[in-house]
Design a protein around this ligand. Structure first.
Ligand SMILES: Nc1ncnc2c1ncn2[C@@H]1O[C@H](COP(=O)(O)OP(=O)(O)OP(=O)(O)O)[C@@H](O)[C@H]1O
Length: 233
């Protein structure tokens, strides 16, 4: 089966990977500029292990997205350190962080924005464009669309897909460069229970491939399905 093929290739490559691809130590995030400084994480620690799913839970505005962006190196914390495969981001310049992120992390933001004028397959292949890898990644893109249950919809454009299906395309796109860490922001928000459960299933399947999943959600079913969770206050 196609899923098996992907899984085996992934496991072979990933057994040599760092057991903890992302680690946050003593992270504090403070936003200045408002009437008062807003501290949304204070001395926050997280070790994200390969092949597991960790869920950041908590009310809207509690800082889940902020932690995701810090973990993905898209934002610097006010203090504390982020490690990727054991290496501190504070020792890297912006170019190195970008290069390492491309190889390590797939990020799916809220809503998983897709390009309207492109098919699902073209959207999945988009991250391969800068390196001129579209042709060699096409089979993998098709495999990934199969994995997320959209093998028969790969020529559809986002406007022809449901919200849940678009979210699944965005997840496939985040995996196309052979990512080892999938960071996903509120993947089941605005979906009915059936579509939400499909997404949860796909995220769990992804961990079976050795990928570490960091997800922000207040969906109780997703929190239950995760291997571990942190409640943000
Ligand atoms: N760049 C920023 N500058 C100032 N304040 C910010 C910034 N980014 C986020 N915030 C504030 O920090 C708080 C946490 O935001 P964040 O998006 O991390 O929360 P969240 O838990 O992901 O929320 P939601 O579930 O609604 O997406 C919010 O009050 C937000 O307004």
């Amino acid at each position: 089966m196609i899923e098996e093929r992907l899984t085996r290739a992934a496991i072979k490559e990933r057994t040599e990977d760092h057991a903890m691809p992302v680690e946050l130590r003593g992270i504090t995030i403070r936003y200045d500029g408002g009437a008062e400084p807003l501290v949304i994480a204070d001395d926050f620690d997280l070790g994200l292990e390969a092949g597991t799913m960790h869920c950041l839970a908590g009310r809207s505005g509690s800082g889940k997205t902020s932690i995701l962006t810090v973990a993905a190196g898209l934002q610097q914390p006010t203090s504390g350190e982020v490690f990727w495969q054991g290496d501190a981001l504070s020792t890297m310049d912006d170019d190195e962080i970008s290069d390492r992120r491309r190889a390590l992390i797939g990020y799916v933001d809220q809503g998983g924005a897709l390009i309207d004028g492109m098919s699902a397959l073209e959207n999945v292949l988009l991250p391969a464009v800068p390196d001129g890898q579209v042709e060699e990644r096409t089979e993998m893109a098709k495999d990934l669309l199969d994995l997320v249950g959209l093998g028969r919809r790969m020529r559809h454009r986002p406007g022809q897909l449901s919200g849940g299906e678009r979210q699944r395309v965005a997840i496939a796109r985040a995996l196309i460069l052979g990512t080892k860490v999938l960071v996903v922001d509120e993947p089941t928000a605005n979906l009915d229970r059936e579509q939400a459960n499909k997404i949860i299933h796909i995220l769990k399947d992804t961990t079976q491939d050795g990928i570490a999943v960091l997800v922000a959600s207040h969906d109780q079913e997703l929190i239950k399905a995760a291997d571990s969770s942190t409640k943000m206050n």
